[in-house]
Design a protein. Structure first.
Ligand code: SOE
Length: 380
């Protein structure tokens, strides 16, 4: 019989919905030692958070996150608010002995991230950071193939995350939905929001990054600020590209922008090794492309693996429908909750932990430093 784990959700935006959906569905599909209970949702706007709570099934609401954290009936706090609030909430939640699930990126910068790591480690509370793409089954399969040595020595890692939603100069910055354009709330632009995903996956698949050479651009230099009503300078990076060295000797090439007209959320990566290559595309997320140089010469070519097998060969898929029927974006969050609940029942964290996510934060910091100083930067 699964033990209840009471969730306190802070925030109700896009990620508040994605995580709530995952909590609601996970116990229907996975046999787990813990069962999430949507105990309370918290945000400043009482009417809006009540509507959110009613829609997703939260039992109660709070309008002050401190009050939520004080509640003895909350076991785990989910931080789904803008990046500039992660640190303060995480420190308070850790001090109160709550488990923490924090939205990405971990923090505004690595100094904050280090403080947050120390807080959860001192408190000994299970934690995780929502870098969800690791748990798309095709991406998890890529990890298994690499760990089995099927690519051999890795030479190249290439990743892109392309969007086009901020091209209009009329789009304001700041406030609900648009805080991602406000440097004071987000810390950075595409580097922390989109490249952070690519970096997390890259470190997981290919190991640590040692140094970076980056460039960033802010194409729209000023925008109306929704909170002040003034036209204000834009402090975020609209686009970022960087080269890097991985500690295993391979070379990395990363690009992200919100100005790639026609692309809404195109996350792709490709890895080239001595014996084979892998590539993945978020728009075709259930497929993993694999080239195996060990194949018989006349049949050698890219194979497209439909990652939907039910036998246990394809990660997570035995929990869903029948072979051949695919799942989607939202399931990556269900998988992360499932892994977190397994780990939390043992008093452990689920990867990426705060400490894992700090590595990504350190790469982001180095990328921004390199771009602003126009020279290569060492990570850490
Ligand atoms: C931004 O548009 C965004 O929603 C990111 O914040 C998410 O992390 C990414 O997965 C999709 O794009």
């Amino acid at each position: 019989m699964a033990k209840p784990l009471n969730i306190g959700m802070i925030g109700y935006g896009f990620m508040g919905r994605a995580h709530s959906n995952a909590y609601n569905r996970v116990s229907n599909f996975f046999d787990l030692p813990l069962r999430p209970v949507l105990k309370a949702a918290c945000a400043r706007n009482a009417a809006a958070v009540q509507a959110f709570a009613d829609r997703w099934g939260y039992e109660s609401i709070e309008t002050d996150w401190r009050r939520l954290i004080e509640r003895p009936d909350i076991d785990a706090v989910d931080i789904c608010v803008p990046n500039n609030l992660h640190r303060e909430i995480a420190l308070a939640a850790a001090a109160a002995g709550k488990m923490i699930l924090c939205e990405k990126p971990l923090a505004m910068n690595s100094a904050e991230g280090e403080e947050m790591c120390q807080a959860v480690e001192r408190a000994g509370v299970p934690n995780t950071v929502w870098y969800n793409y690791r748990r798309v089954p095709a991406v998890t399969l890529a990890k298994r193939l690499i760990d089995e040595g099927r690519l051999g020595r890795i030479f190249h890692y290439r990743a892109n995350f392309l969007q086009d939603w901020t091209i209009s100069e009329d789009l304001p910055q700041g406030g609900a939905g648009l805080w991602r354009l406000d440097a004071a709330a987000a810390g950075s632009g595409v580097t922390g929001d989109l490249l952070a995903h690519c970096i997390d996956t890259a470190i997981w698949l290919n190991g640590r990054i040692s140094d970076v050479g980056a460039m960033t651009e802010t194409f729209v230099k000023q925008r109306m600020h929704n909170l002040t009503g003034q036209v204000e300078p834009v402090g975020i990076d609209d686009a970022c590209a960087f080269l890097c060295h991985f500690q295993n000797g391979s070379l990395g090439l990363f690009e992200s922008t919100r100005y790639a007209r026609g692309h809404k959320a195109l996350y792709t990566f490709e890895i080239n090794g001595e014996h084979g290559s892998l590539k993945w595309d978020l728009h075709d997320l259930h497929r993993l492309e694999f080239f195996d140089h060990g194949d018989e010469g006349r049949l050698r070519g890219w194979r497209s693996i439909h990652v939907t097998d039910h036998s246990g060969d394809h990660p997570y898929m035995d929990k869903w429908w029948v072979p051949g029927l695919q799942i989607g974006y939202e399931h990556s969050f269900v998988h992360q909750v499932a892994d977190f609940l397994e780990a939390a029942a043992r008093g452990e964290s689920a990867a990426p932990t705060f400490r894992d996510a700090l590595e990504t934060q350190q790469v982001c910091d180095a990328v921004l430093r390199s771009a602003s100083e126009r020279q290569w930067a060492t990570v850490g």
